[in-house]
Each structure stands twice: as C-alpha cells, then as structure tokens.
Design a protein around this ligand. Sequence first.
Ligand code: PMP
Length: 441
Amino acid sequence: MKYPRIHTSLPGPRAAAMIALDHSFVSPSYTRLYPLVADSARGLWVSDPDGNVFLDFTAGIAVCSTGHCHPRVVQAIKEQADRLLHMSGTDFYYTPQILMAQKLASLKPVEGDAKVYFGNSGAEAVEAAFKLARRHTRRELNIAFFGAFHGRTMGALSLTASKTIQKKNYNPMVPGITHVPYPNCYRCPWGLSHPACGLACVNWLEEMLFRTTVPPEEVAAIFVEPIQGEGGYVVPPAEFHVELSKLARKYGILLVADEVQSGMGRTGNMFAMELFGVTPDIVAVAKGIASGLPLGAMIAPAQIMDWEAGSHASTFGGNPVACAAALATIQLLQESLMANARTRGAQLQQGLIELQKEIECIGDVRGRGLMIGVELVKDRATRERAGDRRNAVIQQAFRRGLLLLGCGENTIRFCPALTISEEEANVGLEIFAEALRAVEA
Ligand code: PMP
C-alpha cells in the first residue's frame, strides 16, 4: 500500500512547465482549484510528471469508475483499436455500437423495449432527450430544477441552474423552461422538515405552478437528476421521485432522468433511480459508462424513440472503441464493482459521520454508494455557509496527496473509483481529516 507523502512544493518543475504552456494555449475558462498535472494513473493512484503520487477521490469527475486504466478495459480498447477505430453510426452499422445498445437495453432503465441513441458526452445525451421529448410530445414547455446541471450546449445549458456564471453572457436561453426548487432537505426552500413537510416540493408543482403559470398539458418533460450532482450531491427524500413520476404521468409529461453522474453503478445500483423505485421515461447516461472514453447515451422506450432517419445524429457518437470500453466496464460493474461501491460507500459515510463528531465545520454528510457529499458550514447550528473554507480544505488535501473536488456552494464530493479498497478508503479519510484540522486551526 502506497501512502502519499506530504508534498511541500507543488507544482514541481515539470508540472509547472506544463501549466505555463497550458496557460498560453488552452482555453482559460476552466475552474482548476489546484495545480495537478496528471501524467499516468493506475487504479486510484495518479502520478504527476515530477513523480508525486496522489490518491484520487475524484475519478476524473466521476468518470473512471473502474479505476484508472483497468487492465480489462485497456485490453478491450486495444483489441478494438486494432480492428476498427471509426465508421460513423450515422451512415453505417458496426458491431460494438449494436452490442452496447443491446446491453444498455437489457439493463431495463425504462419500461418495455428500449432503444439507445449514442452521443459523446453527458450534454449530448441530455440534448438528445430534450429534442426527443419535444418532438414526441409536440409540447413546447419543460421543467427543470434549481441546482441542476445538465451540460453546456444551449439546450442542456438552458435546463441547467447550478451557477449563474455558467449562463452569464450566453442569454437568451432556449425558451419555455421553468426551474423549480429541488428537494434539498438540509436547506429546505420552504423551511420545513421531512417527513412533516408532506412533500411540499411536489405538491407545490401541482397546486401553485400548474394552477398559476405553467399549463401542465403544454409540458413536454421534467428533467431531474435522481441525486443532484454539481448542485451539491443532494439526495432527495425517499418518496420524492415516486410522487414526481406520478405527477408527470397524470399530465402526460415525460420524466427524464439525468443519470449522467449518478448512473452506471456509482450509487451501487446501475441506475440511481432504482434506489427510489422509479422507472423514468427517458434516461441520459455518460461519465462512468466507458471508464474514461467519451460516450453518452440516451435511452427511451421504442415507442418514444420515434424519430425518423436524419432527425438527430452525431458523427462520433457511439464510437467503436468507446463502446468496446463501455462493454468491458459494464461487465466489471456487474461482476463486483457495484457491490464494492455499496460496501466502501457505507464505510466512507460511516467514517465521515465519525469525523463530524470531532470537526465542527462538517454540517452534513449524505449520499448513496460512492456518490457522497460533505457539506461544510461556518456554524453547525445556523448552517451558515462555509465560504472560502471548502476550497481551502480541498487545497490542503491536495498538499497531502488526496484529490478532491467541490460541488454546490459548500460541498466536497467523494466520488472515487468503484474499485476502491478498504485501506484506500481509510487513507483518504485520514488525509481528509488532516486537511480539515489544518483549515480549522
Ligand atoms: N448531466 C449531469 C448530471 C452532469 O453531472 C454532467 C457533467 N457534470 C452533465 C450532464 C454534462 O456532461 P458532459 O460534461 O459530459 O457534457
């Protein structure tokens, strides 16, 4: 077992040279919080060009779920790369895309016989769902949630409402989208607490929104993340999705589950909606689906996936190498990794709840499987937001060799590879505790 040594001067000279080049040539719009230059990686361990080693609790933003460079994924990629790199599913057939579609359909994310549309990213999967819902229902309005992140293409961005900076200077958005409060029980928009609230968040949609502003018979789809990702790893109360899905059904509205971050095993289930006992009408997946190769998929029942030839497509979508990686990924998830996500997720959550007893600024620990959020606060009683403290903790963790990412305003997300061992989970918890103590001091 490696234990990352304390890194005193980061970035090292080789990393610093790369960062200078990046600043000259790469789009400056990224939000990097610390100077990690990833050079090579295996499992949960990432090395930089100066030989520093880091324990990765980000999995490349919840993507490398089988661990970095899993040998079976790499083997599948090599074999496919030797055979066929590209042909474009828009105009030709090729085996890995067909087999991957069959595989996804067999996982039963939607009712009945599913069909699959492939893109290259989460945004493309959501964008496809947005267009499909519009053409299938012939309705023009949509509902999405505050705190939601659905991607940065114009349709997906219009559905997004997690940070103003993402929309600033890009208005006007696609018209017809109404954002409504997400059920964040730690910061309930109605100041209520569950279950006494009687699920005010769902009732409000029917009793207020549909009665006063948005005619439900004009709504094509409700876009919802089963567990909100970029918005802060927010887990809704158990019955929320069931009630939301009943409401959608009542008015002929399609329920679109954006499982881009929560899906493909991350929560210990193939799809996070399984946790809530809900089968949505349309599902979008990406991120962890192909262990790091670009692939997004939109899955819907055959009767909803009713667009005619030429209506929507992507040259690179469903690339053969990405599909080969995805098939190997799903096999690994089913063999053991979803089970491991449940066990190690429970271990991490338990460790974080223990830590909360000692460390005052841990306001909330929440999540499912290996999608865990730790919300930091200035004061646990008032839940006043932590301000800069969250980023300071992430930076202190980096100095100590642990890679973390934020989400929401105050939350640190734990989304390591699903291959994480008991020991790696303990090392991560230990470094996280040290980082928190350093900032508290
Ligand atoms: N939906 C969700 C829930 C996401 O978390 C993300 C990415 N963070 C996206 C969509 C967009 O995915 P991509 O960056 O691959 O376009």
